[in-house]
Design a protein around this ligand. Structure first.
Ligand code: NAD
Length: 256
């Protein structure tokens, strides 16, 4: 049985993971770490910082907090030889470098989307990419999400661009020449694959991958209706990782 600590434990994801992971036989939930007191503790202790937690009692730290929170967790896990699972998105290049440094000292899994359906939809997008002339992504999230575009959409756009490049296709070129309003054509996330971000109350995490060619279209849509959709993927990552130095990006390899 693995002993877990959730950093960001008072947040929307922290609370959903606390509920989901504490119900699984493979885990004991040791502590929820957060600047704020969590609404529910799910049998765990509350700590305002990882420095209040005894590292010898922790197998895996799960971080769904903020990029700054990831930096503190990565340093603490690297120094103490504790495995780390990161779901937090929006890291800068420098913050990511700190994570990579930690992964030279302990095991780290970092994924922009832990839901199984989202991972599969990215896999299907890679299959379709070489067969369509154009591809664009619409990602839709709740209105409290602080970063845009979503980490998932950047990862999906990169996957599509890589699949196109691997098939000898050139980067996509936007033929729109007149932008009546700036931003109307979205953001170029990878080799001309455009991403459009929607933020609305009531949404959780959704993504449409649209492919188009002469006379046909293909849409791959994934919906996370509830944050419990991320529990299974986080559990797979927490089971797979240990304190041996390793950096696993994405959970695709954990879903055969
Ligand atoms: P949230 O704002 O509801 O919760 C974040 C929590 O982290 C808050 O309670 C906050 O107090 C705490 N926090 C922030 N910085 C901290 C620090 N330095 N130390 C301790 N606690 C700190 O946000 P959320 O909706 O739960 O999302 C959290 C992160 O997870 C975001 O980056 C989001 O994009 C990401 N996310 C990833 C996935 C995925 O599958 N990878 C899925 C959903 C959300």
């Amino acid at each position: 049985m693995k002993s877990l600590v959730i950093v960001g434990g008072a947040g929307r994801m922290g609370q959903a993971l606390g509920e989901g992971l504490s119900a699984l036989d493979q885990f004991t939930l040791l502590a929820l770490v957060d600047d704020h007191q969590p609404a529910e503790l799910f049998g765990a202790a509350y700590a305002s910082s990882l420095d209040e937690v005894d590292p010898t009692k922790v197998d895996v730290v799960i971080n769904f907090s903020s990029p700054k929170g990831v930096v503190s967790s990565a340093k603490w896990c690297g120094e103490n030889g504790v495995a780390l699972v990161i779901g937090t998105t929006g890291l800068s290049t420098e913050q990511r470098r700190v994570v990579e440094e930690a992964a030279t000292r302990t095991g780290v899994v970092m994924a922009s989307n832990f839901s199984i359906g989202a991972v599969l939809s990215e896999r299907f997008a890679a299959m379709a990419a070489p067969y369509f002339e154009r591809a664009e992504i619409i990602e839709l999230h709740h209105d409290r999400k602080v970063d845009a575009p979503s980490g998932t959409s950047i990862s999906t756009a990169t996957t599509i661009a890589n699949a196109r490049r691997g098939s000898g296709l050139v980067p996509l070129r936007d033929l729109t020449t007149r932008h009546t309003i700036d931003g109307a054509r979205g953001a170029d996330a990878a080799d001309g694959v455009k991403v459009h971000s929607v933020r609305l109350p009531g949404l959780v995490a959704h993504q449409e991958i649209l492919f188009g060619s002469a006379g046909e279209g293909l849409t791959i849509r994934h919906d996370s209706f509830d944050r419990q959709s991320f529990v299974h993927g986080v559990a797979l990552a927490a089971i797979a990782i240990d304190a041996s130095a390793k950096f696993l990006e994405g959970i695709a390899s954990l879903i055969p």
